[in-house]
Structures are given as structure tokens and as C-alpha cells.
Design a binder for this molecule. Structure first.
Ligand code: GDG
Length: 460
């Protein structure tokens, strides 16, 4: 079996807790193949460029970590990746900042990292690059002479052609992406968007066998919906930490129904709309006042980016509005926590909540939706209210699907979820649970790597 080489902006560096699902998934992918190499940013910034990579080994996985300079961190990471690519890929051209210096830094880091990674590659390797930070890394590896298999997986949505072409450098990016043999996306919608973009804007040809002919290369774009380790997540609900958290929350909710949300504080997650919908629920349904609580966990992220600071202020204001209108001496409807909790605590609270609210405006997949399902009590499950614009919705049709922009519609879906009979809840949940357990994280990486291996030797 060929050696697996993974490249992602951040790695699961030895010594750090491998808490995220993705970190564990990629670690398992490497471990399952008897070891491999994981390349990425060390998380460190240095004033000036430090030479080469630091190699650390854990079990039989080698980590090759490269530092960024402060200027690279600003231009590549905070700049182009998070101020231009993230908003555009999430359909938010209005929030994007296009700065030539940021692009130069982005292209420069991909070039430098491509050189560093290429020096570590061996002939028989299978290379798997992740996400929007490294759109040009494949091309850089090719420029350095790499001819072996190259796979790419995009964790975030791929927007429609008209949106993507707003990026001033979109053609450079398209050219770079065409150097991968296999391009993995979260959903069929993303694959369709990508293929239409390549055909309309870059003269690509869609071949009858499903391949694309673009820039003189034959490539393949396919959906590989990411999943979670459902069994592990379910087991978290039994941890002591989960139990203690549940007790603390039960003390303040008493016999009221709990509605839960947990999201990185990001404008793609639809948090203002969600708070408005919860406010609307109390506006419209007098009988629910004093009978229901929203617990919203929202660990802040990317706080040095302006759009994220604005979001934080808006959430503070909206929470104040709903609580001001509907609190009583012994009740306040929204408990909003701008901080993170352990996965065990989250699992316990998901299980306690009658309703899981997952209402992003756009989201590659959204793992919280899957984790909420995995954490439920099979005998008495809660109801998932899910945005039709989360990748997860494509294969979770028995959730209550909502348009997150339709504030009244989301309020009505919460009401419907709160009133749903146990029979209906069980029936809907069973279908969701089967999906989450079948298409789990192991299935995801195996199907991607299987498809990548099949591309080997096929083409130039
Ligand atoms: C990107 C794409 C795609 C949340 N709060 C806490 C916490 N979380 C965990 C969740 C979940 C993870 O973080 C978030 O994953 P999501 O999928 O919801 O969203 P992104 O971070 O935006 O991830 C996304 C994903 O990549 C994978 O491809 O699904 O669409 O945007 O696991 O549980 N974890 C801890 N404390 C918290 O307070 N420990």
C-alpha cells in the first residue's frame, strides 16, 4: 500500500489534544495505513522566515511542520484565506476583501509550502490536500516535478459560477485546481457548481464518463460527504462531565423545554437569524413564553477579522432584545455563551435538548447536525431543525428542513418540533441515525482514498 501524505493548514500536532473530528479522522487514515506523513503549518509565526520544516514523529506518523512569518500569517491566513476565500465560498461577496498583497502572500505560501512538501515526497506516495488554504498546492507540487496522484478535498461549499467568478484571481485558482486528479466536495450541489463553473468560465469539457477535461488535463469531481464517529460521540453522553453539565442546565431550565445551538461564531452559521426566529417564536406563541429556553453555545473565532467582531456585537444586541422582552423574575429565555465547551459537555446537552437548531446560511456539511443526532436517546429522541443550505441536508431529509432566512418559518418549525409526537420523532430520528452511522467518518476517508487510488496510472 502506498504511503499516505496529508496536507492541511493545521495538523493534529503531537502533544495537542486531537479533539476535532477531522483531526482524528485524518490521524486514523494515516494510522490505518501503517503510518504516513502529515504536512502543515506549525501554528507558530516568526518575525522572519525560518528555514525548512520541523519533523516530529508520533507512533509511525511523521509530522512536517512549517512556520509562517508574521506577514504571511496576515496576508495568507487572515487575509486571502479568511477575508476573501471564506466569504466568497460561503456566497458572501459583500463581506469579501480583495487585496492584491493578500493574494501575493497566499500564492507565496502555497509556493513555499509546495517546495517544502515536495522535498519530502517519495515516488509511490498518495497525496491528499485539504481545504481552501491550499488551493494552489497541487500546482506547486507539479511545478516541482511531482507526477504522482494528487487528491483534494474542499470542506466548505463551492458556490455557483457567478459567485466564484467574483474572485479577481478565480482563473488562477481554477488552473491550480485542475492539477489535482480527484477533487472531493461535500455535496452534489457543490460538484454541480464546480463543474458548471469549469465549463462556463474555463472552457472545460464534461466527458460522458463523468470526468472533466480542463486545461489539458483529465480530472474528476465527486461528492464525498464527511461524517462523524457516531459511536464515539454517543459514548460521550455517558461521561461524568456530560452528566454534571446536564445537571447544571436542568437546575435552571426546570421543566421547560430546551432548544440548543452550538456553532463557531461565524457569519455563515446564521446566528442572528436564529436569535430572531427564537424571538419570533415567543412573539407569535404566547403560550410558549416561560415554557422554553434557547441555549446557544458560540465559541468566538477569527476575532481579528472585522466581520467577526461585527457579528459578536450583533449577537450581544439581539440576545439582549429577546431577553429584555420576555424575561421574568425567574426566567430568561436565551442563555447565550460566547465560549467553548468540551465535546462531552456538548454531547450531554444535545441529548437533553428537545430541539437541535442547526441553521447556517451556508455550510459545507455541518457536523453539529450529525452529532446532535448521534447523541439522542433512541427511545425518546429530540428533533433536528436543519437549514436546507447545510450540506448535511442533502442526505437528512427527515430533519425538519428550514430556510434560515425565513424567520417566521424557522419559528414555526421550532414550534412543530416542540409539539411533535414521540412516534413521529422516533421515526424521523431512526432515518437520520441510520445515515449518520452508515456514512460515518471512516466511510468518508475510505471512499475518498479508494477513488484517489483508482485514478493512479490512468492519465498524464
Ligand atoms: C468546516 C466546515 C464541515 C462546536 N462548538 C464547540 C465544538 N464544536 C465542534 C462541533 C463540531 C465542530 O466543532 C464544528 O464543525 P462544523 O462542521 O459544524 O463546522 P466548521 O468548524 O465550520 O467546519 C463544515 C467541517 O469543516 C468538516 O468538513 O462540516 O461545513 O465549515 O465537531 O462539535 N467543539 C468543542 N467545543 C465547543 O464549544 N470542543
Amino acid at each position: 500500500m502506498s504511503r499516505l501524505v496529508v496536507a492541511s493548514n493545521r495538523t493534529a500536532t503531537p502533544g495537542e489534544e486531537r479533539a476535532g473530528g477531522l483531526a482524528v479522522a485524518l490521524w486514523d487514515a494515516l494510522a490505518e495505513r501503517g503510518g504516513g506523513l502529515w504536512f502543515g503549518w506549525s501554528g507558530e509565526t516568526a518575525e522572519r522566515e525560518t528555514r525548512g520544516v520541523r519533523v516530529v514523529t508520533e507512533d509511525n506518523v511523521e509530522f512536517a511542520l512549517a512556520d509562517l512569518t508574521e506577514a504571511e500569517h496576515e496576508g495568507y491566513y487572515l487575509g486571502y484565506a479568511n477575508r476573501a476565500l471564506w466569504p466568497v465560498f460561503h456566497y458572501r461577496i459583500d463581506l469579501a476583501r480583495f487585496d492584491d498583497a493578500d493574494w501575493d502572500a497566499y500564492a507565496g505560501v502555497n509556493r513555499r509550502f509546495g517546495r517544502l512538501l515536495h522535498q519530502l515526497l517519495r515516488r509511490e506516495d498518495l497525496v491528499w490536500v485539504h481545504d481552501y488554504h491550499f488551493l494552489l498546492l497541487g500546482q506547486e507540487l507539479r511545478n516541482n516535478g511531482w507526477q504522482g496522484p494528487l487528491g483534494f478535498f474542499l470542506h466548505i461549499p463551492f458556490p455557483p459560477s457567478e459567485v466564484f467568478s467574483a474572485l479577481p484571481q478565480h482563473q488562477r485558482i481554477a488552473r491550480g485546481l485542475a492539477e489535482f486528479d480527484l477533487l472531493g466536495f461535500q455535496t452534489q450541489r457543490d460538484v454541480r457548481n464546480f463543474c458548471r463553473y469549469m465549463v462556463e468560465q474555463n472552457g472545460a469539457e464534461a466527458l460522458p464518463d463523468g470526468h472533466l477535461r480542463a486545461f489539458g488535463r483529465t480530472i474528476r469531481a465527486e461528492a464525498f460527504p464527511i461524517g462523524i464517529d457516531a459511536q464515539e460521540f454517543r459514548s460521550f453522553t455517558e461521561a461524568d462531565e456530560a452528566r454534571r453539565a446536564v445537571e447544571r442546565v436542568q437546575r435552571f431550565i426546570g421543566d421547560r423545554a430546551l432548544v440548543i445551538g452550538a456553532d463557531r461564531m461565524d457569519y455563515s452559521k446564521g446566528l442572528p437569524q436564529r436569535l430572531k426566529a427564537f424571538g419570533r417564536l415567543l412573539d407569535d406563541y404566547e403560550d410558549l413564553r416561560g415554557r422554553v429556553n434557547l441555549l446557544q453555545i458560540a465559541p468566538p473565532s477569527r476575532e481579528t477579522v472585522g466581520a467577526y467582531r461585527d457579528l459578536r456585537e450583533e449577537l450581544d444586541r439581539l440576545t439582549g432584545r429577546v431577553n429584555g422582552d420576555y424575561s421574568d423574575l425567574d426566567y430568561s429565555p436565551v442563555r447565550y455563551l460566547a465560549r467553548g465547551y468540551s465535546r462531552e459537555v456538548l454531547a450531554g446537552l444535545y441529548r437533553l435538548a428537545r430541539v437541535g437548531l442547526v441553521t447556517p446560511l451556508h455550510d459545507g456539511m455541518n457536523l453539529v447536525a450529525k452529532e446532535y443526532v448521534a447523541a439522542q436517546d433512541p427511545e425518546d429522541p429530540g428533533v433536528l431543525v436543519l437549514s436546507e443550505f447545510a450540506g448535511a441536508a442533502e442526505r437528512m431529509p427527515t430533519a425538519l428542513l428550514v430556510n434560515p432566512h425565513d424567520i417566521g418559518g424557522v419559528a414555526d418549525a421550532i414550534r412543530r418540533a416542540l409539539e411533535m409526537s414521540r412516534d413521529e420523532r422516533v421515526e424521523r430520528w431512526r432515518a437520520l441515525d441510520a445515515e449518520v452511522r452508515t456514512n460515518d467518518i471512516a466511510a468518508w476517508r475510505r471512499s475518498f482514498l479508494g477513488a484517489l487510488e483508482r485514478t493512479v496510472g490512468g492519465k498524464e
